[in-house]
Design a binder for this molecule. Structure first.
Ligand SMILES: [Zn+2]
Length: 222
């Protein structure tokens, strides 16, 4: 009786051990598989991956799907921009966008000639993003359009309008400064160098794709 019981218990233990062994094995296999699947992103990579995914998502998959069509789908329309130099009518503008400048660089902007001191005004509503002084541009202003997909660039200014500051909202026609020849402009030909950029997804004021603004001055109210 005791012997049979002992044998029975021993057998049971053996069976249980076998079951546990099998269970343990398969369990280990699953765990190993999971670990392998997790391996690239588990011990070392998971944190960087998790951190990188949200950061790179808007850059890589985001732009092609959502922002790109939106950006290209809403181009400024003709007549959308007001001529930024007082006393200059749209019909007086010359399309200097495709002209070549020093070292055959494409101009990619409009030059609007006017006497030094002529008021320069905003072409459209938007926020002043940067007041910047550069060697070629001299005294310049970068303004974003309300959608912040485009930037307006005003260069060679003689001076800024009183109180003009970064973050300031401007309506079309609000004072920006005055025409000058700061930067690489000739004192013989003071002018406003005006450019339009389509901003990248990062919306950096210093980076963008030039767009010819000339047609956008035509066909509007003035
Ligand atoms: Zn120019």
């Amino acid at each position: 009786m005791a012997g049979r019981q002992r044998a029975f218990v021993a057998g049971l233990v053996a069976v249980l051990a076998a079951v546990l062994a099998i269970g343990g094995c398969s369990d280990e296999a699953v765990r190993e598989h999971q670990q392998r699947r997790r391996a690239p992103g588990a011990p070392a990579a998971p944190a960087p991956q998790a951190a990188a995914s949200p950061a790179s998502a808007p850059e890589a998959p985001g732009p092609p799907v959502v922002p790109a069509p939106q950006r290209s789908g809403v181009p400024p329309s003709p007549g959308a921009l007001r001529v930024p130099v007082a006393g200059v009518d749209a019909s007086m503008l010359r399309d200097t966008y495709d002209e070549r400048r020093g070292s055959n660089r494409p101009h990619e902007a409009l030059d609007i000639l006017a006497p030094r001191g002529t008021p320069v005004v905003a072409v459209a509503p938007g926020r002043v993003v940067k007041l910047f002084t550069s060697e070629p541009g001299g005294l310049t202003v970068y303004q974003f359009d309300p959608t912040e997909r485009y930037a307006y660039y005003y260069a060679h200014l003689d001076r800024y309008a009183d109180g003009l500051h970064e973050g300031q909202w401007l309506d079309a026609g609000d004072a920006i400064g005055t025409v000058g020849f700061t930067g690489n402009a000739s004192p013989e030909a003071p002018h406003l160098h005006f450019a339009l950029f389509r901003l990248g997804p990062e919306r950096q004021w210093w980076k963008g794709t030039p767009v010819n603004p000339y047609p956008l001055f035509l066909g509007g109210p003035r």
